[in-house]
Design a protein around this ligand. Structure first.
Ligand code: NDP
Length: 597
């Protein structure tokens, strides 16, 4: 598609119109917290809870969260000779998001070779370019077994308080299972998307049929399994799915194949790029899996996404494609013209081109013209989570599948027997909520605790004006605590595990250093934290947060997130530069900015 063929002004106008349709004054408050009469939506359908005695002992390291962050950190600590690592996890096993999200079709959207942690260490060859959820969960379990992290883990356990005891240089950890144990160090890796939310639709509590959230899939009701066996329980059911985000895009094809009738309730269409999943050839894998291969792949993907030497593109997918297009547009500029405004125009041009292709793809696949028109996404690709799928759009060609578009308004009402849009009731037996997870709510609400650091100061007090850290990991006044998450670090959202595995390396190195030098405490100095925050404030932020973006969790539902959100950024020079900087910081052995006592 050439730039000349694109009417940019018309597109800009259309994007604003579509955004304005969706803006609502209640922002994040439009969603229902899953509690009270909805509390059963949070129950674990996968693993029975096992009774156990409360723990009152001491461990060197406790990690809150048994997903990729906890597993990678646990593994690196064990490698460094720190064996008594206790992972505390609210699910019934390791896996984090991959423990909960077992809906049919669940699959990683980032290539397995870089997405799945510790492939080289565990010797696992991914079966497909984009592995399905059961394989990712199995990799988590493999890491748990290989590094003996199961021995000390506490599952089905939610931390209720974390309190620093300065005199004894340790944290007191209390949980909903009556545990009250101590740890010299803690890691916090609770993940960004782990608290399901429900749409605040009028009458939602009155529905008399069956219902569940996608992150607690009810296979007992639907039949089938996470590997994709037909959902035979739905053969005589009229099924509604509310939401068309990344989750719905993956499970709709499965629901479409099995349900007697499927109604897909859409507020905003997702952009659906090609998936092109392929099996990984064992011979090819053997040829590339030479020592250090996964780190090389990680660095290459990040270089293609976020600056660096990107001459080769090992991964070659939808993420690197957009980045390549942006680079090509920028290359067309003479060196003296490479100013921020011109680069933003180049970025917009690349985006228009990409989105026009994505919209043309809808027309090429969906037979019914009116349905095709409604499935087109009218916003810049990174305003919402980009999706990639080769059978989602095709699902709407089946006679039993009905797209119920709400023209940006959302479902009007839920009754005892069905779902109402524009005054019309669609009677259904089952409603599946693909309505996502809490993002814009307070950290303490999502985590379920508010860490209490030195002198009784809480994290919410320390962060009342926005997040304050060094490297997104160290917080002044919270000694021996490590936050494992991307913000104020690389902030690489297209491959979140890369952020986490680098953090794991750092933590293991610091804890081993303190042990070897006989130190009891590690803490970032106030000056170093302040300097890092000031550096973060020089970041231009995510280019994705264009003011004309349609509402969603990427942009606080289109509402001004307040000045504190200015700190929800990454290293100004980009992810590649951040990882290089971090590597040098670690290698120096001086760990500048941290005080060891
Ligand atoms: P999302 O928050 O992305 O989607 C929620 C959906 O519910 C949206 O389509 C939203 O519409 C819709 N919705 C909300 N309220 C209403 C309403 N009142 N009426 C009708 N529709 C409504 O949740 P997901 O679970 O899909 O995805 C969350 C994130 O999890 C993804 O963005 C991604 O980061 C991650 N994920 C990753 C996957 C992977 O890597 N493979 C797979 C799945 C998820 P609207 O858009 O208008 O707000």
């Amino acid at each position: 598609m050439t730039q000349q063929a694109i009417d940019k002004e018309a597109l800009r106008k259309k994007y604003i119109e579509e955004r304005n349709k969706r803006l609502r004054a209640d922002g994040n408050a439009q969603y229902l917290e899953v509690k009270g009469q909805f509390g059963h939506y949070l129950e674990d359908p996968y693993t029975p809870r096992v009774e156990r005695e409360p723990k009152t002992d001491h461990v060197t390291f406790a990690f809150i969260g048994g997903g990729f962050g906890g597993l990678a950190t646990g593994a690196r600590l064990v490698e460094a000779g720190i064996g008594d690592v206790r992972i505390v996890e609210k699910g019934g096993d390791f896996g984090g998001t991959w423990y909960w999200n077992r809906y049919p079709g669940a699959q990683c959207d980032t290539a397995s070779m870089i997405y799945m942690p510790l492939l080289e260490e565990t010797g696992h060859r991914p079966s497909e370019k984009y592995a399905h959820a059961p394989e990712i969960l199995a990799q988590c379990q493999r890491i748990g077994r290989q590094y003996k992290l199961y021995d000390n883990a506490l599952f089905h356990t939610q931390v209720r308080s974390l309190t620093w005891d300065d005199a004894r240089s340790r944290w007191l950890i209390q949980t909903d299972r009556g545990d009250a144990f101590t740890a010299q160090y803690i890691g916090l890796g609770t993940g960004p998307l782990h608290v399901p939310k429900l749409p605040g639709i009028h009458g939602i509590e009155t529905f008399q049929g069956h219902s569940f959230h996608t992150s607690r899939w009810d296979y007992e009701y639907t039949g089938g399994d996470p590997l994709g066996a037909p959902l035979v329980g739905l053969a005589d059911k009229r099924v509604a799915i509310i939401g068309t985000g990344a989750t719905a895009v993956q499970c709709v094809p499965h629901l479409a194949r099995s349900s007697k009738a499927l109604f897909v309730f859409q507020r905003t269409p997702s952009s659906i790029d090609v998936r092109n999943n392929v099996p990984i050839d064992p011979d090819w894998f053997a040829s590339i899996a030479t020592p250090g291969w996964q780190q090389r792949w990680l660095e290459n993907f990040t270089a293609n996404q976020a600056g660096g030497n990107a001459e080769v593109d090992l991964v070659q997918d939808g993420w690197t494609d957009l980045a390549r297009r942006i680079r090509e547009q920028i290359r067309k500029l003479a060196p003296q013209e490479r100013t921020v405004p011109k680069m933003l125009v180049a970025y917009e041009d690349a985006d228009f081109e990409k989105m026009e292709e994505i919209r043309a793809r809808v027309d090429a696949i969906v037979r019914e013209r009116e349905t095709a028109a409604k499935l087109k996404a009218w916003y810049r690709q990174l305003c919402k989570r980009p999706c990639f799928h080769d059978t989602y759009l095709q699902s709407f060609n089946a006679d039993s599948v009905h797209l119920v578009d709400t023209d940006g308004k959302g479902v009007e009402r839920i009754t005892a027997t069905g779902v109402v849009v524009a005054g019309k009731e669609y009677p259904v037996d089952c409603i599946i909520y693909a309505s996502g997870f809490e993002v814009g709510t307070a950290y303490q609400r999502r985590a379920g605790f508010d860490p209490v650091g030195r002198d009784g100061r809480t994290l919410s007090e320390h962060w009342s004006q926005g997040m304050r850290t060094k490297h997104g990991m160290h917080v002044h006044g919270f000694p021996n605590a490590f936050f494992v998450q991307p913000t104020q670090g690389a902030n690489l959202i297209s491959n979140v595990p890369h952020n986490l595995t680098e953090a794991a390396r750092t933590i293991a190195m610091l804890v081993a250093h303190a042990r070897d030098q006989g130190h009891q405490q590690i803490e970032v100095t106030e000056a170093a934290e302040r300097a890092w925050v000031e550096l973060m404030l020089t970041s231009v932020g995510r280019m994705t947060q264009s003011p004309d973006c349609t509402p969603g969790y990427y942009n606080n539902e289109g509402q001004d997130p307040g000045p504190a959100a200015r700190l929800n950024v990454g290293y100004p020079a980009g992810a590649t530069a951040y990882f290089k900087y971090l590597d040098e910081w670690r290698r120096s052995g001086r760990f500048e900015g941290l005080a060891f006592r």
